[in-house]
Design a protein around this ligand. Sequence first.
Ligand code: FNR
Length: 383
Amino acid sequence: ARLRDVLALDDFERHSKPLLPRMIYQYVAGGVETESAMRNGRQAYQDYGFTPRALVDTSARSTRTSLFGKTYSAPFSIGPLGGAAFVAYRADLALAGAARSCNIPMILSASSLIRLEDVISVNPDAWFQGYLAGDFDRITRMLDRVEAAGYRNLVVTVDTPILGNREHNIRSGFAMPIRVTPRVMMQSVTHPRWLLGTVARTFVKHGAPHFENTEADRGPPMMSRKVRNTVARDKLTWEHIAFIRKRWTGPLVIKGIISPHDAFMARDHGADGIILSNHGGRQLDYAMAPLRVLPEIASQKGDMKVIIDGGIRRGSDVLKALALGADFTLMGRPFLFAAAYDGQRGVEHAYSIMRDEIMRDMAMLGVNSVEELNESFVRKVCP
Ligand code: FNR
């Protein structure tokens, strides 16, 4: 298949699935336990239909969106994706480069295999997502490094005190560090494009990959079995958020909020934004679909920005989220499958598809800018 056969974001998953070992495909595509949180996150977008306005001159429409003092070309961005470089060659750099050329945000994951300093040199506007331990000294060391590298926007993910129950990883034999078992060997040699183009190419040019962006890193994930960055994450509390807020001068965003209570706690702790997210259904199963809590949270957000993710696959999904009060959206899996399919070019193509869908729908909705969207453009569909 070629890029011009990729017409919609879901095509990337379909086309890259046969190129990836099952363990890698499952690592990206899967959710936890019953996968209800993942399914519902996406399904919630079916709850709403549009009530468009006809006979509006939309010839000057634009998808431009401002966030934290910057104007981006579209109201969506690339969410943090840990272990991305297991999926595609130096994927974080492909994602960062595409985000730069398309002028959208890219959030680098703490669990990346690429150094945060290297990513910001490719994209000076990249945001950094931290997985932080509940330990003031370790937080300080991490923030010092992130700040020194030149990051301005900090995202702290709070839905991962420990890792969710990812049974599919156990079933497929995937682990970080990767354990070279006969099953893993078999999956690898039967996917030579991945084995040579991602794994071998990385080893030859850059050596064994490490989790580079956490001060607790203990060694290469392909070799060592020592405990890594998950240490003491379950000790992180609002006290640490208050500490980070005092210490971090740039925009601070809390990711992984679902309950309205926590949204207002984030606001009261001085967060500039939250990411309403159930981690794409990868952490707590049955965590509510972000879209279903959005209206309640958006109505009381004050100056705090509300970003939403999970299951967004169409321009229409983005427009529904914005109409219900979100300021911005993120996507995870589709961009990673796009990187697996065709590196930076694939990611840029994913961006174009999404932006074109939004532009087209804006004309048919009768809006010239994303700021014009509000609840009057959608209706809840009766079940
Ligand atoms: C993630 N996600 C994630 N989130 C985070 O805060 N830090 C991380 O390191 C990761 N790592 C990660 C890896 C992979 C492979 C996936 C698929 C997801 C969650 C991600 O940022 C986002 O919340 C979801 O992916 C959004 O759902 P969709 O768009 O994938 O449906």
